[in-house]
Ligand binder design. Structure first.
Ligand code: ATP
Length: 199
């Protein structure tokens, strides 16, 4: 039985950076953010369900989902957000499971699922290995502001909408501290990769 591995972390903690480092070392990634786009692509039953719930006004003229428009709508309305999650999350889970199973059956691939909200959605317990990229909130805010050109208040609001650092750390089997340099992070990923791939 291959082990199930998930990579997570707070916003701007360094998940994508770690995912890239793991992929360089040979991990095969299954990225929940990409799957979340796939399950509402044109022609999917996911998109049909979104249109049923929110109306054709959430479509662009070319028939693709207006993600920014829908995002603004659900950001302001908790019930709408819950409805959207109820459409998207089960489909993402099913697709992730199918991808992971196919990859695991095919080869000795070390499959790493990248799921930013695995703690928030209560799914961390489904995994044998829960890798949490950890940075202190001040570092997250600084990186978020630098990358997304946000004000301090906007960056803090995005952090506040997520699980707390303590909640995420409580779910971790492996923590990758990332408040230091990229070189330090790469060394930690090397050590983790050795552990994940040693029999
Ligand atoms: P998001 O939650 O927004 O998807 P993320 O957790 O995937 O973000 P990254 O995109 O990997 O985080 O990193 C956030 C920003 O911080 C990026 O601009 C990245 O280049 C930078 N960064 C990550 N790790 C370090 C580091 N150790 N030193 C300096 N900058 C870093």
């Amino acid at each position: 039985m291959t082990q199930r591995i998930v990579l997570t972390g707070g916003i701007a903690s360094g998940k994508s950076t770690v995912a890239d480092l793991l992929a360089e070392r040979g991990a095969v990634l299954v990225d929940a953010d990409l799957l979340a786009r796939e399950v509402v692509a044109p022609g999917t039953d996911g998109l049909a369900a979104v249109v049923d719930r929110f109306g054709a006004g959430v479509l662009r003229p070319d028939g693709t989902l207006d993600r920014a428009g829908l995002g603004a709508l659900v950001f302001a309305d908790a019930a709408a957000r819950a409805d959207l999650n109820a459409i998207v999350h089960p489909r993402v889970r099913a697709l992730a499971e199918a991808r992971r199973a196919a990859l695991a059956a095919d080869s000795d691939a070390v499959v790493v699922e990248v799921i930013p909200l695995v703690v928030e959605t209560g799914r961390a317990g489904d995994y044998d290995v829960v890798i949490v990229v950890d940075a202190d909130p001040a570092t997250q805010v600084a990186r978020l502001r630098a990358r997304n050109r946000l004000s301090d208040a906007e960056a803090r609001a995005r952090l506040a909408a997520q699980a707390s650092r303590a909640e995420r750390l409580a779910a971790a089997t492996h923590v990758l501290p990332n408040a230091g340099t990229r070189a330090e992070l790469a060394e930690r990923v090397d050590a983790l990769w050795c552990e994940l791939t040693s029999p």
